[in-house]
Design a protein around this ligand. Structure first.
Ligand code: FAD
Length: 369
């Protein structure tokens, strides 16, 4: 089967990898838009402490976190170990011991059907600071050993490289969809037409534009995120845990950097600029929680556009009223967590295999006007 995947963020890259692994003939087309969400994202994989009540969302995020270690193992078999993924654990901070107790109880309850959460430990402010020295003195924490961090760019690259090793081809450029009597027959890449048996659209925040010529208004909106990379000279930060403060920001580290962020800007459209207000907001919040970062070197600020579909819930499945075309989108703020898993399920669908997801929970029709 010849399958074209349009968009190589984490979702398209994972889809292509799983398709190639199943023996399909895969072509991935990516336009390398400035602000690709995956490219800007350095993220947390720790959905279990979230207070969001939507069950369908939690199922994806939980499934995603559970799938990571298995996927990392598969990528290692394909000689891809530079994935930016590390299960360093997460510290969820709070200054009030009562709140920490409640958080730990919630995590224990969730562990009943998610043993991958691992150890759950309440830490005193001293113990917390020992694990993440730049923190201010007042925060105790709940430590969850199954939490992880991942570098979106590294993970995407590893998936694409592995797919290519398994025979997939990658092209850079703008793709348009070719169709005849509501059956999708292939793609046109920069004017060159290529036929395919199935087309998969994983175009993130830009998906409306590619579906418009099919007479479809796809309700995806970009949410701009700015995120800052710092470096602490002569400090080994590689295995520090991820920090989740009581605010909507987070702090995580890699071997050569500390990443703090991110903003949530709903009205900015596709504005790719780093702004004074964005940087100010991130640094104010980060340095309040972790004053020890104030001596860090400012390395760079990245900007990405999180794709959101209605109800803040991802969609996955066939495109209504058309044949041989599949869509997934709306990974929002948790796409590094759910993306690899959703990509595996999307690959199954395009190959005519059953998915373990109940597709009616993530109906593509819900994102179409
Ligand atoms: P994208 O990565 O945006 O990829 C879409 C691709 O499609 C782009 O490369 C684009 O160029 C291509 N494309 C579009 N149209 C066309 C076309 N016509 N032809 C060819 N190519 C096309 N998630 C977490 O789980 N935890 C986190 O801590 C976290 N932190 C984040 C921090 C930041 C700063 C950001 C921006 C996001 C964060 N996320 C996090 C969310 C996560 O990064 C996104 O949900 C995810 O990356 C979305 O992936 P995607 O593949 O759907 O889209």
């Amino acid at each position: 089967k010849k399958i074209v995947v349009i968009g190589a963020g984490i979702l398209g890259a994972s889809t292509a990898y799983h398709l190639a692994k199943s023996g399909a003939e895969v072509l991935v087309v990516d336009r390398q838009d400035r602000g690709q969400a995956t490219d800007a994202a350095a993220g947390i994989v720790c959905p279990w402490l979230s207070q969001r009540r939507n069950k369908a969302w939690y199922k994806l995020a939980k499934g995603g976190a559970r799938y990571y270690p298995e996927l990392i193992g598969q990528l290692e078999e394909d000689c891809e170990s530079d994935t930016g993924y590390n299960q360093v654990g997460t510290l969820s901070l709070h200054a009030e011991p009562e709140k920490l107790k409640k958080m730990a109880e919630r995590a224990m309850k969730r562990r009943e059907d998610a043993p991958e959460i691992g150890e759950i430990t309440i830490l005193s402010p001293e113990e917390t600071k020992k694990r993440f020295p730049p923190l201010s003195d007042e925060y105790g924490s709940v430590f969850v050993s199954g939490g992880a961090r991942v570098n979106g760019r590294a993970m995407r690259n590893a998936l694409v490289r592995a797919a290519v090793k398994l025979g997939a081809k990658i092209l850079h450029g703008n793709a348009a969809i070719l169709h005849k009597n509501n059956v999708v027959v292939g793609v046109s890449i920069e004017g060159e037409e290529l036929l395919a048996d199935e087309v998969i659209v994983t175009a993130g925040a830009w998906a409306n534009e590619i579906l418009k010529p099919l007479g479809i208004t796809f309700k995806v909106t970009p949410q701009k995120a700015q995120i800052i990379h710092l470096q602490l000279p002569e400090t080994a930060t590689d295995s520090w845990p991820v920090v989740m403060p009581p605010t909507n920001q987070y702090i995580l580290t890699f071997d050569d950097r500390v990443v703090v962020g991110a903003t949530h800007e709903d009205e900015a459209g596709f504005d790719p600029r780093v702004t004074a207000g964005g940087v100010h907001e991130i640094l104010t919040k980060a340095l309040t929680v972790a004053p020890g970062l104030s001596e860090g070197t400012l390395l760079e600020t990245r900007v990405g556009f999180r794709p959101f579909t209605p109800g803040f819930l991802p969609v996955i499945g066939p495109l209504p009223n058309y044949k041989k075309i599949w869509i997934s989108n709306g990974l929002g703020a948790s796409g590094l967590t759910s993306g690899p898993y959703l990509g595996r399920e999307l690959a199954k669908l395009a190959l005519g295999k059953p998915s373990e997801l109940d597709l009616s929970d993530y109906d593509v029709a819900g994102a179409i006007e």
